[in-house]
Ligand binder design. Sequence first.
Ligand SMILES: Cc1cc2nc3c(=O)[nH]c(=O)nc-3n(C[C@H](O)[C@H](O)[C@H](O)COP(=O)(O)OP(=O)(O)OC[C@H]3O[C@@H](n4cnc5c(N)ncnc54)[C@H](O)[C@@H]3O)c2cc1C
Length: 376
Amino acid sequence: MTDQLTAVDRATARRFVDEHIAPHAGAWDRAGRVPDEVLARIAESGLWAPFLPPELGGSATDLVTLGAVHEEFGRACSSVRSLLTVHTMVAWALRRWGTAEQRERWGRELGTGRALGAFCLSEPEAGSDTAAIATTARAERGGWVLDGVKTWITGGQRADLFLVFARGPAATVALLVPRDTPGVRVTPIDDMLGTRASMLARIDFREVRLGPDALLGPAGFASGMLLTGTLDLGRYSVAAGSVGIVQACLDASADHCARRVVGGVPLRDLPLIRAKVSDMVTDARAARLLVAEAGRLKDAGDEATLAATWVAKYFASTAAARHATEAVQIHGAAGCAGDHPVSRYYRDAKVMEIIEGSSEIQRLTIADEAYRRRGA
Ligand SMILES: Cc1cc2nc3c(=O)[nH]c(=O)nc-3n(C[C@H](O)[C@H](O)[C@H](O)COP(=O)(O)OP(=O)(O)OC[C@H]3O[C@@H](n4cnc5c(N)ncnc54)[C@H](O)[C@@H]3O)c2cc1C
């Protein structure tokens, strides 16, 4: 416990990430997993769910700070940041909608990182269209029987608690499902394009019997809010992580440009290269400000944060994909090597445009919001 953080903020997260995450991210990417001892070290440092209150193992950080922490992780390793994102979504939903008994059972476990959470919404036939989920939750003898398949579940290979969305008797319900419940089967999904160490899985639920205490939030009413609120926080984390990718591309490119000489001229002096670097600087700053604005609105309890988060995620993730492409370009063949950090950023950045609401879905939603504001 030598590096226990007393308070979680950007600076402490940066020190932790630079010492324990960044030097190993490439090796984890190649191995397709983050070692258990690293997950434990994140727990020791209070970084799994720092927004929880101290009695649940957190340090009551605000959400602006959480965004900064997730940016720092995203700068070093999008796989670890992805694990933090889904864990955050589960821990936050539990704090927001959990009963006293549910918080008692799982709050401290999640807050201290002794138990890891995973978010189970997507199915083989339902991704962007969340209304199409086919997993069912049958009410039976005061409890629930869960049947269905969830896929692309980040951290699914490793998580202890699944937050599962299913069709209930009247509306979508959210259920807390411990991994060791009979009828739960976890099948690893390896060899993804990006975030390769985030330990994805397909989860089969077959006649999974749960008690009444599995239901998170009141049936019916809360499921929409719960889903919206939880996805919003995940999207915020991905936006912050995408800012980290842009920053990483900028750092790597600036370093490379200072070293590399072509045709007797340092790369850094070539106008076309300078233009790429200056665009990275500009977009990193703009994306960081958008994420901070969304975070401030969350901390203020202002529902305008939903639209602000869509914009932040859309801007930051597309900027990450664009600048990761340019970072590879600036590095030339060296950047095409599988183990070069910029080739990892390139693969990870593509994933950011798909998860937590794809770019297409975000553009539709942002346009809807524009029309709504005009009363059109
Ligand atoms: C690395 C990774 C990790 C993931 N982790 C999780 C996780 O932890 N939990 C979880 O539940 N899910 C997870 N997912 C799944 C992710 O949420 C879905 O991939 C995402 O919602 C998109 O769904 P889909 O892949 O089924 O694409 P589809 O919904 O089939 O969409 C295919 C394409 O069509 C576009 N499209 C869809 N609808 C429209 C429209 N109306 N107009 C225009 N274009 C449209 C999409 O933008 C996309 O480009 C993960 C995915 C990846 C790649």
